[in-house]
Design a protein around this ligand. Structure first.
Ligand SMILES: O=P(O)(O)OP(=O)(O)OP(=O)(O)OC[C@H]1O[C@@H](n2cnc3c(O)ncnc32)[C@H](O)[C@@H]1O
Length: 173
């Protein structure tokens, strides 16, 4: 079985491989950078979900794998509080689409204000932590949960939600 992953992001690839290998030990993986066709910094659940779906659909355009996975990070504002939001999409080789959303926590206002002026969370978090490549590692969610839930762990949960729905759909056939 072959699984396509629509990113070069290390935290995302790690999550897809960790969860998929548990269920499909024989799985082979290939990651490709694909266009999300949404803004570099998605600013709503709707846009973030769309980005994940676009990535997964683009991967499966030529039906070269068992399924393709698109994962997208963004933010979503509720009553003036900006939350991290994350979405995943699985497109199977029979054309079925499964989606799932991940854990969200509020961002500090000093971060939110920069995103509202057009900055991207990745670089803003690098400056905030004085590190580089946070988005490939613990992510903002790791930084603001004292590393209890890292970006990979959060995407692992999304992967469980996606594979769970996909496996159930096969049983119900
Ligand atoms: O290479 P891709 O797959 O695009 O991965 P990415 O991390 O660059 O991009 P996303 O589309 O997932 O996220 C959109 C932006 O939000 C940033 N972002 C999202 N979640 C983050 C997190 O938990 N920590 C740091 N940056 C995050 C990310 O770095 C981008 O600047």
């Amino acid at each position: 079985m072959k699984i396509l992953i629509g990113t070069n992001n290390i935290a995302k690839i790690k999550a897809v491989k960790a969860v998929s290998s548990m269920y499909y030990p024989e799985a082979q993986f290939e990651n490709r950078e694909v266009a999300s066709l949404v803004s570099d910094q998605p600013m709503s659940d709707k846009e973030t979900r769309k980005g994940a779906i676009n990535r997964a659909m683009s991967l499966m355009e030529h039906n070269e794998a068992t399924f393709g996975i698109g994962l997208e990070g963004g933010v979503n504002e509720i009553e003036g509080v900006m939350y991290i939001c994350n979405w995943g999409a699985l497109v199977a080789n029979d054309g079925k689409l499964f989606t799932a959303t991940g854990a969200g926590i509020p961002l500090p206002e000093e971060i939110a204000v920069q995103l509202r002026s057009g900055a991207e969370l990745g670089p803003v978090m690098d400056v905030f932590t004085n590190k580089s490549g946070i988005r490939h590692e613990e992510g903002a969610i790791g930084v603001f949960t004292n590393n209890l839930v890292t970006r990979s762990v959060m995407f692992e949960h999304i992967m469980l939600l996606l594979i769970g729905q996909y496996e159930l759909s096969k049983k119900l056939l």
